[in-house]
Design a protein around this ligand. Sequence first.
Ligand code: MIC
Ligand code: SF4
Length: 755
Amino acid sequence: MAFDIDMIKKVYNQMAERVDAAREVVGKPLTLSEKILYSHLWDGNPTKAFVRGKDYVDFAPDRIALQDATAQMALLQFMQAGKKKVAVPTTTHCDHLIQAKNGASIDLQTALNTSNEVFNFLESVSNKYGLGFWKPGAGIIHQVVLENYAFPGGMMIGTDSHTVNAGGLGMVAIGVGGADAVDVMAGMAWELKFPKLIGVRLTGKLSGWTAPKDVILKVAEILTVKGGTGAIVEYFGPGATSMSCTGKGTICNMGAEIGATTSTFGYDESMERYLKATDRADVAQAANKVKEHLTADAEVYANPEHYFDQVIDINLSELGPLLNGPFTPDLSTPVGKEMTKKASTNDWPIKVEWGLIGSCTNSSYEDLSRASSIAQQALDKNLKTKAEFGINPGSEQVRYTAERDGILQVFEKLDAKIFTNACGPCIGQWARFEDPKNAPKNTIVHSFNRNFAKRADGSPNTHAFVASPELTAAIAIAGRLDFNPLTDKLINEDGQEVMLDEPTGWELPPKGFEVKDNGYLAPVEDGSNVSIVVDKTSERLQLLEPFQPIGDSITEAKLLIKAFGKCTTDHISMAGPWLRFRGHLDNIANNTLIGAVNAFNKQTNFVKNQLTGEYGGVPDVQRKYKAAGIKTIVVGDHNYGEGSSREHAAMQPRHLGVAAVIVKSFARIHETNLKKQGMLGLTFANESDYDLIQEDDTFNFLDLNEFAPGKPLTIEAVHADGSKDIIIVNHTYNQSQIDWYNEGSALNLIKKENV
Ligand code: MIC
Ligand code: SF4
């Protein structure tokens, strides 16, 4: 039986009425995305149509998921909100804090030893406030959510950008910063700008070496890392219904890599099969009764151009396997000759050292079974694998079943490392090199979603390429980045030429899923006696102090850093070794912007201290400004804050005294995170004004006292020689977000309202 089935039934019971009301106010047939959005309005039945990409709307999500690396900050904030219990079903998942090194059993125990304090904290806070708790080793948040909680037509938020994975089961599931989750946990509405809608029509059918992963790798090529910003991507067409539910999950998962608010698919038989296989026949039965509301109106998919803001066509029968990378997930290259060319032009190492299969994107039973069908051929055809294999199953249920069915053993026979059911190498929790900075230039292939510099192993010299699990397996066996399994032969240990056959696998385990201990802990009914201890001397956890308002006057502010090129949340608040400080704001602040490239010298973590003229690390220099009572400004390029939902990327600069971030454009979650923490997130009205900013600049805000929705702000940049430039900046703050700014943070406002 499913968790929270009563809540799910309630959503379905009110769906027909709400969808009908929405159709009425919108005045035309509805997409699936609109049906879900309009049936989750905070105010209940829709009474007006919203303008896409413009109107801020209050929503009422059905549930929330948190993961250990973001839950710490989210729950530290929630503890201050003065509530007894979370207002909607919420779960915590321990998956990010487990390093991959020796294999699951040793690594899990090491994580329990080293992060015990944090796991205990999360477990006791979950117990106290009524959150379900998934222990370390239970699995990766998004796989566990798909297997247990996602339901067609539902709306959820999660403190992780890949929350969008649940779109594979027909949800509108959105990644948010912890402060957004706190609003909903505290029983308040969740605000989102009504998204634009992109339709992707999938025709044809996947076959051979082409996988669902290739669909999203193609979409990433088409839309680039910012092409989905502010939009929901809705997939439909015969190609969509012919795909498995977990395959749809893969596609939705990587929607985060194009900046999409989320992605989704209409309810179909693959979802019904998946719900039944994961012991949720009750959800399938309830969904079947409201089927017509769990997909778009027929007119929409017949004439998508009339209903979506943009339509993309992909013929799956013509799509081939792709490799995206290095350093960005939207740089797409077909396998084979084209890769040979590109790699030699760009000097990417052709030799592949590792093939990693896993991450929330591709760690389902189907993924493992298809990849193992390739691995099995290495055994059968007497091929020696050229690269090393690392596997992270998505959940204990998948791991247990895959072991029962002999799938994991195939990899083990190839000396693969079976890591814990956790994020592992996907988030830099991979003890690959002793000294990552000086590691040799090398190439790896993985089935993950992100491949930003240093992400997997901390080495700037690692070139990571993203591919489907089956292609990752083939390339790991061949050991060459430009290996094309459709055409290329390999020489086996007997000196014979052999080819790899197409992958085969199981959408769902033929003998059903099985698990002994899924790692779930339910909270006690009454948590009022559960006490939570945060040791004052802890280096891992620190209770939060409220931020003081920045105020309506910013003068004589100094430039901290002008970031050059890509500046993702990994650049602003690196993960890997720093994940250990996610619950301690002052300690983690020591990594603030250390990965950002200084536009003036193209170095990382090396900026000028205008007070002394000396250069130093970003956090050190910033702490000097703070000590001197001087506010600072961060300047950035396009899509600033791309990637993670981690609100640390906003809280750390805020904690250290940065007043404003001025960029060409923002990634959605990061922009909201800045607002929530009471900072200024601004964009150049004239993009080329970025070029006017010089290293010794001082900034005066000329009209911040008139901060109002829709009204640009004027800033005077005073250069070292005394000359000045006037810079106009735009913002997207509405009145309540300006209130957050005025109060110092959104949390300060919640606290005030709860007194
Ligand atoms: C990621 O994939 O970058 C993470 C780690 O899962 C983040 C969350 C975090 O930083 O804790 C995300 O995607 O939101
Ligand atoms: Fe974990 Fe990687 Fe998924 Fe983020 S993208 S949740 S780090 S597996």
